[in-house]
Design a protein. Structure first.
Length: 440
């Protein structure tokens, strides 16, 4: 049996003022994010992708209090130390940073007062251990005189069973990731932009030498001055139509304009290729690696939903493909199909060139790329592009369709490549420009 000691003065967690400051902060942060919003879903997804909460944790994280409790239990945040929390929340709402900074200052002021009063460094007590072992267990910040076995009077001794000792100096769960994945996601983010038109916005993907890939309906809509207008590709030349890439978010973004023509596209498959005009500044590097979607692999969507702030890119991670024919999906299939026929509002749901999945990024996110999660490559791998959701009526302004009746659809990169390849000799070179040796 081994004994450890915990300084009672060190337990600033037990300070009523500190705890109250923390509670007030979490309450205000929770007020910024509705738990049914895409922002909240993106926050949870980011923490999971970073390895700060596990998939099992996700089932219990229903609100901001749950999230902060989980992050604290996992050693990610502590009273007065909220950097990781701040970094993620500020991607969704700048006010979150102001709230965290305010309460961090209050908590640190309270802790500094306690420190001056109690000299409250935690003092582990070891019995029958050599100095090397003592240093290892104290950690790099331990500076107690190794010969002094005296203990402050405000410490209490806690017995720790031998079998539990391994958990005293490390987290119980390994949440580490290959850090190269950060570079992969950075490259993917740089290749995704927000398309702007007079009436609508959408998402575009940098591909090939000078092209933007997006949904056909996004490209068509940005040519219109009024909703009733016919599609006029020459209007792509308008100064009110452009794509911009936000990296980092607070930098001055350049506007890239389009040539006044549709380079390639298909309304049924719902994809369009637009050509960028020459610019005086460097265009972002394209996505250059592609793959067929795989039911065994998770993917993430990067896009710019129209609301509430389309300039802020949303990251929706750990998405899995939905198998319409699987037995476990029979209940949901009943909403979408009857006697092997597509129900009203679900026309096109069985298109074999497209795949189905559940996601949160919706309005304005058409054109978002699906990027493979946790690949071993150094470059992002794109498998699909979000194009629409079902049922059709679910995406009107005042719809109230249950989530289990809703499903999103993406066109595969393979289907786009094959369609371009079938458009003639010149289109074959275009296909190679974009997809290289993928999908021969």
């Amino acid at each position: 049996m081994e004994f450890y000691t915990i300084s009672m003065a060190d337990k600033t967690d037990s300070s009523e003022k500190v705890a109250q400051h923390h509670t007030n902060m979490v309450t205000k942060l929770g007020g910024l994010f509705a738990t049914n919003s895409s922002q909240w879903h993106s926050i949870r997804s980011q923490f999971e992708t970073l390895g700060h909460i596990t998939t099992a944790d996700m089932g219990h994280v229903k609100c901001m209090f749950d999230l902060c409790k989980c992050l604290k239990a996992n050693g990610i945040i502590h009273y007065g130390r909220y950097k990781t929390l701040r970094d993620v929340l500020c991607t969704q709402h700048v006010e979150a940073g102001h709230i965290i900074d305010t309460y961090t200052k209050l908590i640190n002021q309270e802790n500094e007062g306690k420190g001056r009063e109690n000299n409250d460094e935690p003092q582990p007590m070891f019995s029958g251990r050599n100095s090397a072992d003592r240093k290892r267990k104290q950690g790099p910040s331990g500076d107690r005189d190794q010969g002094d076995e005296s203990k402050p009077s405000n410490e209490k001794r806690i017995k720790v069973d031998e079998e539990d000792r391994r958990y005293q100096f490390r987290k119980q769960m390994d949440n580490t990731h290959d850090a190269r994945i950060i570079d992969v996601w950075t490259r993917a983010r740089h290749a995704v932009g927000r398309i702007r038109g007079s009436l609508s916005t959408g998402t575009g993907i940098r591909v090939g030498t000078k092209y933007i890939l997006t949904a056909y309906h996004v490209a068509a809509d940005i040519t219109k001055q009024n909703k009733s207008d016919e599609v006029d590709w020459s209007k792509l030349d308008s100064e009110q139509v452009w794509i911009e890439f936000h990296f980092p978010k607070n930098s001055a973004s350049h506007k890239f304009y389009f040539e006044p023509e549709l380079i390639a596209g298909d309304q049924d498959l719902d994809f369009a290729l637009l050509e960028l005009k020459p610019a005086s500044f460097e265009i972002p590097k394209p996505l250059a690696k592609f793959r067929k979607p795989d039911n065994s692999q998770l993917f993430a969507l990067l896009g710019h939903p129209a609301k509430p702030n389309s300039e802020i890119m949303q990251f929706d991670s750990n998405i899995e493909l939905f198998d319409l024919d699987a037995d476990e999906n029979s209940n949901r299939r009943g909403y979408m199909m009857k006697d092997d026929k597509e129900n009203s509002g679900y026309e096109g749901i069985r298109d074999k060139r497209k795949v189905l999945f559940d996601c949160w990024v919706q309005h304005g996110a058409s054109g978002s790329p699906g990027i493979v999660m946790r690949n071993d490559d150094e470059e992002p791998i794109c498998t699909l592009m979000l194009v629409r959701g079902f049922p059709e009526q679910a995406f009107s302004e005042n719809s109230d369709i249950p989530h289990d009746k809703m499903i999103e659809q993406g066109v595969t990169m393979e289907a786009i490549a094959k369609k371009i390849d079938s458009m003639g000799k010149s289109a074959k070179s275009l296909k190679i420009d974009i997809f290289g040796e993928h999908f021969p």
